[in-house]
Write a protein that binds this ligand. Structure first.
Ligand SMILES: [Zn+2]
Length: 212
């Protein structure tokens, strides 16, 4: 059974907790229960990220994860959510890898069949006919643009060629600041762990702007 009396660390006397005697004793010393708990019991005053005291629950002698200000509460909630999603993503990736490793040849065959079926439903043609599609696309490009290799980068190259030096400088400065924000380097070509294909992509984008 929980004891009714508490020995005050202020004067070493016993006070009843239930009838408010202990609270009155603290009050007469100019203290709240929180003050007493932090000064005489733990010697600690945990703070919120903003520098204010964390909300205190005297009945459980525990703290909230913020000072209670709506802004700080929001920050705590969003950081918890962020950590949760990282955890969930990690777990999903582990699950996927495990599932892939467990698949038999038979499973993979079935999967491929299913993929083909979906592809057919979507595009009305099978994988093996995709060369036909490529040719069709080439013909269309030839007819439309007079160039069967035409793609969007051809358009952007042309656009870049028509830009003035000032315009190019503004774009370059913008790209550098975006890269700095995103990757910590001005040029994503130098980003660590950057995949070879991404590096190449970045390099060509740069070349287009510099000499384009
Ligand atoms: Zn706060």
């Amino acid at each position: 059974m929980e004891t009714k009396y508490i020995k005050s660390k202020i004067d070493n006397n016993l006070y009843c907790k239930i009838n408010g005697q202990f609270t009155r004793h603290l009050k007469s010393n100019g203290l709240t229960y929180r003050d007493y708990y932090e000064i005489y019991v733990t010697g600690l005053t945990p703070l919120c990220g903003c520098g204010m005291k964390l909300s205190f629950y005297s009945t459980t002698e525990s703290y909230a994860s913020s000072c209670g200000d709506p802004i700080c509460v929001g920050k705590v909630v969003s950081s918890v959510r962020k950590n949760q999603t990282i955890e969930i993503k990690k777990q999903q990736s582990i699950n996927y890898k495990t599932a892939q490793a467990r698949k038999t040849v038979e499973d993979r065959k079935k999967e491929m069949e299913k993929k083909k079926e979906t592809y057919f439903k979507k595009y009305g043609t099978t994988f093996s006919n995709s060369n036909e599609q490529k040719n069709k696309s080439k013909t269309t490009k030839e007819q439309k643009y007079g160039n069967h290799l035409f793609n969007n980068s051809t358009v952007s190259q042309l656009k870049n060629k028509n830009k003035s030096v000032e315009e190019k400088n503004i774009i370059n400065a913008k790209r550098r600041s975006t890269n700095l924000k995103r990757y910590g380097v001005e040029n994503c070509f130098f980003k660590k762990n950057h995949s070879k294909s991404k590096q190449r992509e970045c390099f060509f984008k740069r070349v287009h702007f510099t000499i384009g």
